[in-house]
Design a protein around this ligand. Structure first.
Ligand code: GLY
Ligand code: MN
Ligand code: MN
Length: 440
């Protein structure tokens, strides 16, 4: 579902993007190709994030040409209106709609791309274009680049460089504007309802996919476009498989269920994990592990602030996790030695955070000049420590075999520190047990 389309927001983004490119540059962005699910059945279409960010145009097979010079700075190439095709595949805006609704200075049908692009390319020094997964498009663009380069000696024009726009574009996407944060808040609010309904649905005897269905129902009912990534509903030892998505097991009293599910709302993602008791209460061992992960997560969230680095957030979580593994009797080494030697890695094998935005693992550099980059207001990251005791662990860890706990929230960096966008989703163990008691 789309919020009201605000052409001025997209125009301002294009202006900022173009202002960051050297004069005389062209930038070309492409709509996402349609993906086939099987035979002649397509996946539901989802627009490419960079293309959406700069145009808001929702259709496939479109191209966007941006020019740092000239009056016609924003050109869209789109599928033609075609009443017969549209009867089968849905409405199209056509070139006229591209101009009127999406504020293109010029719009053409996409069959005219080569002709218009070739003219614009000649004499330019730089073309910004990301070679993507669409090989047919890559070939079409490279053919024009090759042709234009070949004429340069004769015309005396400077050489043509092919560059990637992502350094500029993805730095813009990394710092979220107010209208983006609004959408992320909405994705978080929808996810909050879904998680509450998931906790209520996770009863002994229910299957993991029933819980997934409750989540999907909430996501769509509340206006989300669906899950931002395949939901993980992992009960019992399935929770120790990080990317478990089969969601097929029937849950038992005494299990924990790890639910990693976030809504997508108007192109923006939430990414939330909670770990719930399937029965009325956490078992003693489960509660021990849960309390360690929750404390680690709270410490890591506290470490999020302008000027802090990703490593600070990770280290804050790691110290509490390792201290916890020592007090649970799993690790015997000192805190520093266990961290130094990586003795925790069988139980905590992933990092604590990633960027979040239009992509669930959002764009933006994690390191700058070979140093972990500093957090700035407007950036959004996840904080998601966990502990996982695979079915194969033995020795001192055997007591926890088959237990997996992860707790994940989405955190906006603010001028004052941080705001947890997913704060309303219950995670205190006692509160989870009280909500579990409401199951019917
Ligand atoms: N749900 C994907 C992740 O947590 O990174
Ligand atoms: Mn995540
Ligand atoms: Mn997640």
């Amino acid at each position: 579902m789309n919020e009201r389309f605000d052409a001025a927001v997209f125009a301002a983004r294009r202006q900022r993007f173009l202002a960051a490119l050297p004069a005389g540059s062209l930038a070309l962005l492409a709509a996402a190709p349609v993906a086939m699910r099987s035979n002649d059945v397509e996946y539901r279409y989802r627009q490419d994030n960079d293309f959406h960010y700069l145009t808001g145009f929702p259709e496939p097979e479109a191209l966007c040409l941006l020019d740092t010079a000239g009056a016609e700075r924003f050109t869209l190439f789109v599928l033609p209106r075609d009443p017969e095709r549209e009867t089968w595949t849905g409405r199209r805006y056509g070139a006229e709609g591209a101009r009127e609704r999406f504020a293109a200075d010029t719009a053409h049908t996409v069959d005219r791309f080569e002709e218009v692009f070739a003219k614009l390319l000649d004499g330019r020094e730089r073309l910004y274009f990301t070679l993507g997964r669409d090989d047919r498009l890559n070939q079409r663009v490279l053919e024009q680049v090759r042709r234009s380069q070949a004429t340069r000696a004769r015309s005396g024009a400077p050489a043509l460089a092919l560059l990637s726009p992502v350094d500029v574009l993805h730095e813009m996407r990394l710092r979220k504007a107010p209208e983006e944060i609004d959408r992320m808040r909405r994705a978080a609010a929808i996810s909050a309802v879904a998680h509450r309904e998931a906790l209520l649905a996770a009863r002994p005897g229910a299957a993991e996919h029933e819980v997934e269905a409750a989540i999907d129902f909430a996501f769509r009912r509340l206006g989300g476009s669906g899950p931002a990534y395949p939901s993980i509903v992992a009960s019992g030892a399935n929770a120790t498989i990080l990317h478990y998505t089969e969601n097929s097991r029937r849950m038992c009293d005494g299990d924990l269920v790890l639910i990693d599910a976030g809504a997508e709302y108007d192109h923006y993602c939430a990414d939330v994990t909670r770990t719930y008791p399937v029965g009325a209460k956490f078992g003693a061992e489960q509660r021990g592990v849960y309390d360690v992960v929750l404390e680690a997560q709270k410490h890591a969230i506290e470490a999020v602030a302008p000027g802090a680095s990703f490593d600070d957030v990770h280290d804050a979580a790691l110290r509490v996790l390792v201290e916890g593994l020592r007090s649970l009797g799993v690790l015997a080494a000192s805190l520093d030695e266990a961290i130094e030697k990586g003795a925790y890695r069988p139980y905590y094998m992933h990092r604590t955070s990633h960027w979040l935005g239009m992509d669930v693992h959002d764009v933006g550099k994690y390191r700058l000049e070979d140093k972990p980059r500093r957090l700035e207001p407007g950036m959004v990251l996840t904080v998601e420590p966990g502990l996982y005791f695979a079915e194969s662990v033995d020795g001192a860890a055997a007591r926890f075999r088959g237990t997996g706990v992860r707790i994940e929230d989405d955190v906006l960096v603010t001028a004052e520190g941080r705001e947890v966008l997913t704060a309303e989703i219950a995670k205190e163990a006692d509160l989870l047990e009280r909500i579990a008691a409401e199951r019917r």
